[in-house]
Design a protein around this ligand. Structure first.
Ligand SMILES: *Cc1c(COP(=O)(O)O)cnc(C)c1O
Length: 340
């Protein structure tokens, strides 16, 4: 049953996040009516989607009397930054394992943006080369901490497990409530998808509520088939966890991987264009790794006529802006005309 009060939850996100029209962008693109849900404004350490997941994950960690949380992500992980912030507030140590997935040696990428904030929050950081088995590395770290008498709690990359996905089941209910009171008939939800918890939670929530609103995840890493399979795996696990076994059909999961470019965290022309369009038409800041590529997909699909003119399309802004400061060199070149 979708009675979320059954699950332990701490309250630190600024909710509900607003839903705003993007009328300038809609006019410029000449497509459907575009809206944005401001999950970049969840309030914790400059915000982002991981905050919703962490309300449930950190409640579980507290219930298990953890004195240290271990998590992992890419160097410019937004999830690591949000975890480090809430761990600091709760007085729990934070042990972050960072994988240099882009193999970048750029000083801004390896030390600014999210990395700077992780350190500000007092998290302990260990770097690993791209391709490391990060789950194995977290297990090993947990064992070493246990041997020292610590009580570690492992949060998977991106906070994407059934407990974390509850944050986006709750978001699905939140946005339905908002749309209903605004008289806004939603035809599509679009967002950037990576570790899958966001999409899995949204799909479970929207499907269990039988809304039929399709969710499209724009992949930032994996190819379409793999991403859809990964999302569906977490959809099933989350539905099972909530006592909703079999509530979601496989065809409710859709991903598009046409906007990944050369790889995770590697800039694309579409991402630069999307970031400039959102900034100059709507005064909104996207991020280079997730929402910039998600919005590049949204823009391209609008141009290709994927949505009908009278439809309402809701883009979920999942945050990540701090990551831009890991890319100041490339952005400077783009804004000086290099990639215009
Ligand atoms: C993690 C992240 C995503 C992707 O969410 P998942 O739940 O990992 O799929 C999207 N946008 C931003 C800014 C993120 O940090």
């Amino acid at each position: 049953m979708m009675h979320l009060a059954r699950y332990p939850r701490l309250r630190f996100a600024h909710l509900p996040t607003p839903i705003e029209p993007m009328d300038n962008l809609s006019r410029l693109l000449g497509g459907p009516r575009l809206w944005v849900k401001r999950d970049d404004c969840t309030g914790l350490a400059t915000g982002g989607n991981k905050t919703r997941k962490l309300e449930f994950l950190m409640a579980d960690a507290v219930a298990q009397k953890a004195d240290v949380v271990i998590t992992q992500g890419a160097t410019q992980s937004n999830h690591a930054r949000q975890t480090a912030a809430i761990a600091a507030k709760l007085g729990i140590a934070c042990d972050i394992l960072l994988e240099n997935r882009t193999s970048s040696t750029d000083r801004d990428y390896t030390t600014s943006g999210n990395v700077l904030m992780d350190r500000l929050f007092g998290a302990s950081l260990t770097e690993f080369p791209g391709g490391t088995d990060m789950n194995a590395a977290m297990t090993k770290r947990a064992e070493a901490l246990k041997a020292k008498g610590k009580r570690p709690y492992i949060i998977p990359g991106g906070g994407s497990n059934p407990v974390g996905a509850l944050g986006y089941v709750a978001c699905a209910l939140e946005l339905l409530d908002q749309a209903n009171s605004m008289g806004l008939k939603l035809d599509h939800v679009v967002h950037a998808t990576g570790s899958t918890g966001t999409q899995a939670g949204l799909v479970v929530g929207l499907e269990a509520a039988r809304t039929g609103i399709p969710v499209l995840g724009i992949s930032v890493r994996a190819p379409k088939e793999a991403q859809e399979a990964n999302v569906y795996k977490l959809v099933e696990a989350t539905a099972d966890f909530m006592g909703l076994k079999g509530a979601v059909a496989k065809n409710a999961v859709a991903a598009n991987s046409d906007y990944v470019g050369a790889g995770y965290g590697v800039p694309t022309d579409g991402m630069y264009e999307a970031m400039k369009l959102f900034a100059r038409a709507e005064g909104l800041v996207l991020d280079p790794v997730y929402t910039g590529k998600g919005a590049a997909g949204l823009i391209d699909l609008v141009r290709k006529g994927h949505f009908k003119g009278a439809e309402n399309v809701l883009f979920i802004h999942t945050g990540g802006q701090v990551g831009m400061f890991g890319y100041t060199g490339p952005f400077d070149r783009m804004l000086s005309g290099g990639n215009e």
